[in-house]
Design a binder for this molecule. Sequence first.
Ligand code: IMP
Length: 454
Amino acid sequence: MTMASRTGYADVLVGLQYGDEGKARIVDHLAGDYDVIARFNGGANAGHTIDAPGGALRLRQVPSGVLHPSLSLYIGSGCAIGLADLADEIAMLASRGISLRGRLIVSDRCLLVQPAHVARDRDEGGGIGTTGNGIGPCYADHATRMRGGMRVAFQLRDLVADSEAVFRQLSKPDTRAGTDAGMVTHASAIARMRAAWRTVRDFVTAEPDHLVGLVEGGARVLFEGAQSVLLDLTHGEQPWVTSSHTVPAYAYVGGDLPCKYHRKTIGVAKAIVSRVGAGPFPSELGGTRSAQYCATAAADRGARHREAAHHEPARLLASDDAFDIGSALRVLTDEYGTVTGRPRRIGLLDVAQLRMTMRQHGIDEWFLNKCDCLAWFADTPRQAIPLFDGAPHGTAEPVVREFAAFRFDALPKGREDPLPPQLDALLHWLQEAVACRLRGVGLGPARDQLRFLY
Ligand code: IMP
C-alpha cells in the first residue's frame, strides 16, 4: 500500500445565530485556501447569497464555492435533496456560465425529498414557520423507514437502482396521516422529478469514501453549514428549530469524512441579528410585537415591497420604540428571506448567547458581518450602539451595553483606511467578551468589503 505523502484536512464553518449570517460570502472569500467545499446538512431550505460578477447568486443546495472554477463541490449524505430544485439550480448556474460538470459530486445516500413531504410541510409547518421545502417530513420519514409494510423514505441510491420503481411508488395516492395533502397524487411534481433526475443522476457517486479518498490524496476541505447552530434539531429550542443537525460536529456524520481530519472550526455571526420563523429571540427589537408582526407579514408575499414603499426608515429610527427601530433596520439592512422573501425579525447582537455558543461548539475563529449596519444607530435617539448581554443570574432584567456610535462616512473607503475608532473599540471589547479571536468583519455586501483583521 502506498501512502500519500501529504494528507489533507477539513475545516468546518457554521453560522452562530439563527441563520442568514452571511456564511456564503465568507466561504466565497476563504475558498481559495481549499480544494473542496462540502455541504453536510439541510437542503433547499437554505438560502445562500453571494455577490458575483453579473449580479448576486442565490444558492440553495449547491455549495457556495461555485465561483471558483478549480474547486470541487460535494453534497454529503446528511443532506435532503429536492431534485427539481437542484436541477433548476444547476441550470441557473449554467446560464451564468458556471458549469458543474465534473465538479459537483452528490452522495447517493442523500435523502430524497418527496412531493408528499413538501405538501405535508406546507400543511403542518406553519406553526414553526418552516420554509415549506419538505425538509422536516423528509428527515422524519427517513427515521420512520417503513409504514404499513411499505418503505416511506428513499435515498438517491434507490433512484440509481431503479428510478421508475421509486417514481411509481411516489405516484400512488398517499393515505398517510389522513391529511388533505396526503390524499393527493402528485403527478406534475413527479413528472418534474423524473426530468430533474436525468440531470442530477450524472452528479451522483456510489462511493461512500469519495471525500476520504480526496483528503488522503491531500485535499483541503471546507464544510459549509446550512442554517445555524441555534436552529439545531437537538441543541436549539424545540420545536422552533430545523430538522437536521447544524452543529459543527455533524459535519463528520453528514459530510462523509472521519473526524480525525478535523483542523479548525470557523463561526460566522452578524452585528444586527435576524430570525425567520417562530421561536425564542431574547434580543428581539420590539419583542413579541415584532414576532407577531413578522409572522403575519410572512403570509404576504409582497411584504418586502410594501415595507419598502410605506415605511419611513428615518422617522422610525428616530423613535424611542424598539419595534420601530427594528422595522427601520429591516428595511435599511434588507433583512428578508432569501428563499421565501419573508420579513425577518430583527434583534441586537446577543453577546451572552454568542459567548455560550462559541464555547459549546469549540469555535476557533470567527467573522462578524454587517458591521457597517451598526452606523444606523447613530440616528437613533440614544445615538449609541446597544449590545445585548443576557440577564445576570437571579434577575429578569437584561443587560444592554452601549458603545459610542459612528457614522457611515467614517467607514473605510479603501483597503488601507482604518476602521472608525468607535467600531475598533467595540470589536476589541467583543473579542474579549466572547474569548475568541475575530478574524474578519463585513463592512458592506460587496466582495471587497470584507476586511481581514489578521
Ligand atoms: P425548515 O428548516 O424549513 O423545517 O424550517 C424550520 C425553521 O428553520 C424555521 O424557523 C425556518 O425559518 C428556519 N430556517 C430554515 N432554513 C433557514 C435558513 O437558511 N436561514 C434561516 N432560517 C432558516
